[in-house]
Design a protein around this ligand. Structure first.
Ligand SMILES: Cc1cc2nc3c(=O)[nH]c(=O)nc-3n(C[C@H](O)[C@H](O)[C@H](O)COP(=O)(O)OP(=O)(O)OC[C@H]3O[C@@H](n4cnc5c(N)ncnc54)[C@H](O)[C@@H]3O)c2cc1C
Length: 382
C-alpha cells in the first residue's frame, strides 16, 4: 500500500473523521486519515457526551473505561451566573465525561485506517482522476474533517440562499476552557459533586459556563455566541466559581480557546464533486447547547453510507443524499432564523432569571430539551 494513493482521503482525525474512516474501512475501502497533529493530542473541549454518542459509536463503556476517564453524570446544576441554581437528578447516567485527548486517540486507532499524522493538508488540486493533495497523494474523494478551520471547507466556500432559504449571519461560538488534574487535597476543598455537571448561563443569555468534573480531572470553561470580551466573561465566571468554593483559587495554566459554527445558520457548502464535509468542518453543532461531538459522529456515519452507496462515482449529485440525510436529522439550515439562535430569541432576560430558578423549567426545558434533545428521535438506522 502506498501513501501516494487511496480510495478516500480524510483530512482530520477527530470524532467526525475517525467515525467516517471506521465505517469505510469496515466496508473494505483503502482509507488514509491525514492530521496535522500527532495523536494523542489535546483538543479544546469540555468533553461532555450524551448516551446517543455512546450508541452511535457502539462504544462499550466498560472496555473504553479501562485506563481512560469515563465519568457517568447523574445530575446537572443549572442557573444564571450570580443567581440561585437548581439541581436536576436522573436515576441513570444521563451523560458522560470523557477527555478528548484519550477519546479521539481511541477512536482514531479503532478505525484501523492508515494514518498520516503530523502532516497538514496544504494543497488540493483537481486532475483528470480526482484530486492531488499536497502534491503527492492521489485520491478520487476527499472528506473534509479538519474542524472549524478545515482547509477543505475553505476550498468549497459557502452556499448561497436558494429561494426558500434566507441568508442570515452565521453564528460562531467562541469558547475557552481549561482541564487539569485535582490532587486529593485540592479536591477535598472544592464544593462540587463528582457526578454533577454545573452549567451557568451568562446574564445576557448569549452563552454559558460550565464546571465539569471527570474522574480526577476538572474542566472549566465558557462559550458565547459572540467573541466580544470573551476573556472578560471567562474571568468573571472563574472568579464567581472561586467565590462559591467550586474550584481552586489558582488554576495550573491558561484557558485555551477555539471557535465553531452552529448548524441552523451555517452556510458552508457540504458536498461537491469528489468532496464532502463532516463535523465542525461542515458547521453542525446544536444551537442551544453548542454540542458538536454527536453531530460530528453522526455526520461521519451518514457520509460513509453515502460514499459506499455512490460506489466509486463521486460526482456531486451522487453525494447530495448526504446533505438530505443531515437535513432529515438536524433540520433545514437558514430557515426563518433572524440572527443568533444559540439561545431562543423570545426568551427574555427577566423571565429567564425567574424560570431558570424553577425545578420544572430546569429539567424539562434546559436539560431535557436544550442539552439532551429528549424530543429528538434517535438517528435513523444506518
Ligand atoms: C471550548 C469548547 C468546548 C466544547 N465542549 C463540547 C462538549 O463538551 N461536547 C460536545 O459535544 N462538543 C463540544 N464542543 C464542540 C466539539 O469540540 C466539536 O464540535 C468537535 O470536536 C468536532 O469534531 P470534528 O471531528 O469535526 O473536529 P475536531 O475535533 O476539531 O478535529 C479536527 C481535526 O482536524 C485536524 N486538522 C485541522 N486542520 C488540518 C489540516 N490543515 N490538515 C490536517 N489536519 C487538520 C486537527 O488537528 C484535528 O485533529 C466544544 C468546543 C469548544 C471550543
Amino acid at each position: 500500500m502506498s501513501m501516494r494513493s487511496c480510495d478516500v482521503l480524510i483530512v482530520g482525525g477527530g470524532p467526525a473523521g475517525a467515525t467516517c474512516a471506521r465505517q469505510l474501512v469496515r466496508a473494505g475501502l483503502d482509507v488514509l486519515v491525514m492530521d496535522k497533529q500527532r495523536f494523542p493530542r489535546d483538543k479544546v473541549c469540555a468533553g461532555w457526551i450524551t448516551p446517543s454518542v455512546v450508541d452511535a459509536l457502539e462504544l462499550k463503556c466498560t472496555d473504553y473505561a479501562q485506563g481512560r476517564v469515563m465519568q457517568p453524570i447523574h445530575g446537572f446544576r443549572t442557573g444564571i451566573i450570580g443567581e440561585v441554581s437548581v439541581e436536576t437528578r436522573y436515576p441513570h447516567a444521563a451523560s458522560f465525561g470523557i477527555r478528548r485527548r484519550e477519546f479521539d486517540d481511541y477512536l482514531l486507532q479503532r478505525s484501523q485506517a492508515r494514518l498520516k499524522l503530523g502532516e497538514s493538508m496544504r494543497t488540493m488540486v483537481r486532475d483528470e482522476n480526482g484530486w492531488l493533495v499536497n502534491s503527492e497523494i492521489r485520491t478520487p474523494l476527499v472528506v473534509g474533517a479538519g474542524g472549524h478551520f478545515c482547509p477543505v471547507s475553505r476550498l468549497l466556500g459557502t452556499q448561497q440562499g436558494q429561494g426558500k432559504t434566507r441568508d442570515t449571519a452565521e453564528t460562531i461560538v467562541c469558547a475557552q476552557e481549561i482541564e487539569f488534574p485535582l490532587s486529593a487535597e485540592e479536591r477535598s476543598k472544592c464544593r462540587f459533586a463528582n457526578d454533577v455537571v454545573e452549567l451557568y448561563f451568562c446574564p445576557d443569555l448569549k452563552g454559558y459556563g460550565w464546571c465539569f468534573p471527570k474522574g480526577n480531572y476538572l474542566n472549566v470553561g465558557l462559550g458565547r455566541e459572540d467573541n466580544h470580551r470573551l476573556p472578560e466573561h471567562v474571568e468573571q465566571f472563574r472568579h464567581w466559581l472561586v467565590q462559591r468554593g467550586s474550584i481552586p483559587r489558582h488554576l495550573p495554566g491558561k484557558f485555551n480557546g477555539h471557535a465553531y459554527l452552529l448548524y441552523p445558520t451555517s452556510r458552508r457548502k457540504l458536498a461537491d464533486d469528489g468532496v464532502l464535509l463532516v463535523g465542525d468542518a461542515a458547521g453542525l453543532a446544536y444551537p442551544q447547547s453548542g454540542e458538536g461531538i454527536l453531530p460530528a459522529v453522526e455526520s461521519g456515519l451518514f457520509a460513509a453510507q453515502v460514499i459506499l452507496d455512490a460506489a466509486g462515482d463521486y460526482r456531486q449529485h451522487k453525494l447530495e443524499p448526504y446533505v438530505m440525510r443531515l437535513e432529515a436529522r438536524f433540520g433545514e439550515r437558514n430557515r426563518c432564523q433572524t440572527g443568533a439562535v444559540w439561545l431562543p430569541q423570545a426568551f427574555r432576560q427577566k423571565l429567564a432569571k425567574h424560570l431558570m430558578a424553577t425545578a420544572w423549567f430546569a429539567r424539562h426545558v434546559v436539560i431535557d430539551r436544550w442539552f439532551l434533545h429528549a424530543e429528538q428521535h434517535a438517528a435513523p438506522a444506518r
